[in-house]
Design a protein around this ligand. Sequence first.
Ligand code: SIN
Ligand code: FE
Length: 292
Amino acid sequence: MDRLFELPLADCNLPLDSSHQELATEAMESGKAIFLPQLVFQFHDDEKKFLTPAWSNGAAKNISYDSATGRIQGMDGQSADKVALANMLQRYADFTTALLHNLFPRYKPALIRGRTSYRPVEIKGRVAKVTKDDTRLHPDQFPARPVQGKRIIRVFCNVNPHGKGRDWRIGEPFAGFAQKFFPRLKAPFPLSLDVQYLLRVTRKRRTLYDHYMLQLHDQSKMDDHYQKTAPQTAFSFPAQCTWLCFTDEVLHAVDAGQYLLEQTYLLPVGAMRDPEKSPLRVLERMANRPLL
Ligand code: SIN
Ligand code: FE
């Protein structure tokens, strides 16, 4: 599949040589997913009890952990179990940081670590409102947490213990997608971005970039015709593998799978080898104005 860049790395701390680092950076910034079929996060024996959906409290889609505060959310269980799962997710966060530093030394000084999530619930058959439905192709964007132009990197690890793959579809390259949707996007109402911030609907002020990217996220999911006819390639990420991409750029959908670890990072556009490839610059060229 031409949207994947495969690397045989089996240990995130085993230093890659600089030519592989350059190739990985080039692939990543060209909208490919870096696929590491030999790399997997290991559960300790006493953590294998977390391999059941029963730990999810049912209200949230995922169990989420914030390594900056140590807080875990969306989990049912005794406090000792919460501490144990938080410790495991902290280890996953550190595993992904080591991996990113190894793959992309250029990004190291600028990377901002976000939330860690554990997804023990089967995707297939899960009901969600359309804009929250990840079985529909979309670029990522966070309604309450504006990125203000920064890139979103996500590192996924399929930790399924029963050999079950995570069935994804990857959509068309971002520029062609944005070209189709851009004419329908609406400018924000005057002051609405300030009001949302003042009312704490958003944690930071949405920039025009956030405003347009959120519409791209919602409009792509809501467009049945696009969902059916858009170019897309199915790929099942096998059990016990790791992959990552700029999920703000790589259109993706998940059809099935259970037990996933995911770590989010933000990256300022200026840290890229080629910032012109960012969705920010792509949209600014279409809008013919700065969006920050
Ligand atoms: C998503 O980010 O849209 C979901 C990916 C997944 O859970 O496999
Ligand atoms: Fe997504």
